[in-house]
Design a protein around this ligand. Structure first.
Ligand code: ZN
Length: 108
């Protein structure tokens, strides 16, 4: 790359020009990269959150909505956990009512 100030050829990753000493990093230019690396550090799929959202699907739904833009992978974990939790809750309630139904049937 070339120096922003004097136009001399300098190292591609140089932060300062070795010839004139001017700063090469521009805030607006490097900000998106920094945000991206930030995202990759903090955003990861999480079994812990998935399990939490499995137990509390409503929290999972809220976390999914809050994180879906900032932390897509983590939000996806929460979403999956919440869906699994809802499905499990439905299956358990169906089984439970079936058990109650059968138990009543046996009593009478
Ligand atoms: Zn320079």
């Amino acid at each position: 790359m070339f120096c922003r100030n004097c136009g001399q050829k300098i190292e591609d990753d140089a932060k300062f020009c070795p010839i004139c000493g001017s700063k090469q990093e521009e805030e607006g230019f490097s900000a998106p990269d920094r945000k991206e690396s930030c995202r990759s550090v903090y955003d990861s799929s999480s079994d812990g959150y998935a399990f939490l959202c499995f137990l509390f699907p409503i929290i999972g739904l809220l976390l999914f909505l809050v994180w879906k833009d900032m932390y897509p992978l983590r939000a996806r974990s929460c979403g999956k956990g919440a869906i699994a939790g809802v499905i499990t809750a439905i299956v358990v309630s169906i089984l439970w009512s079936l058990i109650v139904f059968l138990a009543r049937g046996f009593k009478t």
